[in-house]
Design a protein around this ligand. Structure first.
Ligand code: SF4
Ligand code: SF4
Length: 88
């Protein structure tokens, strides 16, 4: 069943959080995510150590089901899973 039109966010016990300074914009999370939950945005970002990117990856929490695949596959460990209800 496609969840593209369904809100799966309420299924989660953990949510992924992307550290934009650790992200190298490799797109791996976007490729592996089984839901349409990783957004590839035309949003420039400059990291604290001065790397410039034209795109930013963000999580669409309305569609993320909290499976953790993105965090597992990220080559720089830029994504961590945070328990729901816990502030970052
Ligand atoms: S897999 Fe990790 S480094 Fe690659 S785009 Fe996603 S968050 Fe960034
Ligand atoms: S936790 Fe799963 S559903 Fe959510 S963004 Fe990561 S890979 Fe996609």
């Amino acid at each position: 069943m496609s969840t593209a039109k369904n809100n799966t966010g309420s299924w989660r016990t953990e949510r992924p959080v992307i550290d934009q300074d650790a992200c190298i914009r490799c797109r791996t999370c976007w490729v592996y995510c089984p839901e349409p939950a990783i957004l590839e945005l035309d949003k420039p970002y400059v990291t604290k150590d001065g790397r410039r990117y034209d795109i930013t990856y963000e999580i669409d929490y309305d569609h993320c089901k909290g499976c953790g695949i993105c965090a597992h596959e990220c080559p720089t460990k830029a994504i961590r899973m945070v328990p729901e209800g816990v502030e970052e």
